[in-house]
Design a protein around this ligand. Structure first.
Ligand SMILES: [Fe+2]
Length: 339
C-alpha cells in the first residue's frame, strides 16, 4: 500500500484509489474499506481541473421521440448513445438482466446484513476484520440518512441506508459498476468523469403499503436543473405490475422541464399534484413496468415518477439507487464521491 500512499501525496487520487480497491479485492479488510471511502469522499470535493468535453447532449442531434413505452436496451447493447436516446426520448431506459438473478440475491442478502448491523449491532457487529458493514466516515457531513422505520421495528420493514455508510458494500458495488463498464459509459455520456454521492446512493427496502400513495416527484426539484445526471435504479426483487412487491410509476416523457410542486391537488409542497401529472401524461402516458431481480431502470433528474403501491402487494421490494453526476457540476450538497 506504500505505492498508493505515494500517489496520494502527489494528488493522484484516482490511481491511488484504484490500487487500494485492488488491494481490498485481494485481501478484504475493514480498515482498508473505511480508508477507501474516506478518500473517495475527500477526493469528491475537488472539482475537476480540466473543462469537460462536449457531452452527448451538445454533440448529438435531438433523439427521435418515441411515445407509448419505455425503451428496453439489451444489456450487451447498452451504450451512452442508446441511453441518451432513451432518456431524452422517453425519460428512461430499461435494461433487462443487467445482473444475474443469483447476483441480485447476493445483494439482497448484503442489504439485510447492513440493516442488521445498523439496527441490531449486538446481533451483527458493524465491523469485522474483513468487512466494515456499517461505519459512518468522518468525512461525511450532516445528519444521518433518514430511516423510514424506527430502530426497534423488525428488520423486514422499510429501510433506507446510505451506501457510503457501509464501506464493505460500497467497495463491492464500485467493483460491480467497473465490471459493467459504467464509469467509461458515463464518461462518454457526460463528456467528463462521473461522481456518485453520499446522499443519493442508497440501499432501499420498501415494505408493501396497500393503502399507500407515494408522491409524484422529479429529483431535479431537489438536486437542481443545471446538472447532468443518470440514476441507475437496480431492482433486486420481482416488483411492479402484477408482482408481489411495489414497483415504480413513471411518466413516459423525455421533456427537460421541472414541473411546479405543491399545486393541482398535491399533498406536499415537494410533490407534483395528481391533476398536473394527468395533464403532463395526457400526450405520453404513464407506465408501471414489471421488473425481475437484476433488471435495471435508468433515468435522470427530469423524470416524473413515484413508488407504486398497490393493494395486492405482499412482499418487500429491495433496490439500490445510484445517482451519477457529471463531475464538474455535481452538487456539493449531495457530497460527491469519486468513482
Ligand atoms: Fe425519486
Amino acid at each position: 500500500m506504500r505505492a498508493a500512499e505515494a500517489l496520494l501525496e502527489q494528488g493522484q487520487w484516482q490511481a491511488a484509489l484504484d490500487l487500494l480497491q485492488a488491494g481490498n479485492r485481494e485481501q478484504p479488510l475493514a480498515s482498508l474499506q473505511q480508508r477507501i471511502m474516506d478518500l473517495r469522499i475527500r477526493a469528491g470535493r475537488e472539482r475537476p481541473q480540466n473543462p469537460p468535453a462536449a457531452a452527448l447532449a451538445a454533440v448529438h442531434e435531438s433523439p427521435r421521440l418515441v411515445s407509448g413505452e419505455i425503451p428496453e436496451i439489451p444489456a450487451a447493447e447498452l451504450s451512452a448513445q442508446r441511453l441518451y436516446d432513451a432518456i431524452h426520448g422517453c425519460g428512461a431506459a430499461i435494461v433487462r438482466g443487467l445482473l444475474a438473478p443469483e447476483r441480485a440475491a447476493d445483494l439482497r442478502a448484503l442489504i439485510d446484513r447492513v440493516v442488521t448491523a445498523r439496527r441490531q449491532p449486538d446481533r451483527a457487529p458493524p465491523c469485522e476484520e474483513a468487512a466494515a458493514w456499517y461505519v459512518r466516515s468522518d468525512e461525511v457531513r450532516g445528519a444521518p440518512a433518514q430511516f423510514f422505520a424506527s430502530p426497534d421495528e423488525p428488520v423486514s420493514d422499510s429501510s433506507s441506508i446510505w451506501v457510503a455508510d457501509s464501506p464493505r458494500v460500497a467497495c463491492e458495488l464500485l467493483d460491480l459498476y467497473a465490471s459493467l463498464g459504467l464509469p467509461e459509459l458515463l464518461h462518454t455520456y457526460f463528456g467528463e468523469p462521473a461522481r456518485l454521492s453520499v446522499k443519493k446512493w442508497v440501499l432501499r427496502k420498501i415494505a408493501p403499503k396497500p393503502e399507500g400513495d407515494a408522491g409524484w416527484h422529479q429529483d431535479g426539484r431537489f438536486l437542481g436543473e443545471d446538472i447532468q445526471t443518470v440514476n441507475l435504479w437496480l431492482a433486486l426483487s420481482d416488483c411492479g405490475g402484477s408482482a408481489p412487491a411495489p414497483g415504480m410509476d413513471l411518466v413516459i416523457d423525455g421533456r427537460r422541464e421541472i414541473h411546479p410542486t405543491g399545486t393541482d391537488g398535491a399533498w406536499f409542497d415537494w410533490t407534483v399534484g395528481p391533476e398536473r401529472v394527468a395533464r403532463v401524461a395526457s400526450g405520453c402516458g404513464i407506465t408501471q413496468p414489471r421488473f425481475a431481480a437484476g433488471d435495471a431502470l435508468f433515468f435522470d433528474h427530469f423524470n416524473l415518477h413515484r413508488t407504486a403501491f398497490e393493494p395486492h402487494h405482499t412482499a418487500v421490494r429491495y433496490a439500490i439507487e445510484s445517482w451519477f453526476f457529471a463531475a464538474s457540476s455535481a452538487p456539493l450538497k449531495q457530497q460527491p464521491i469519486l468513482l
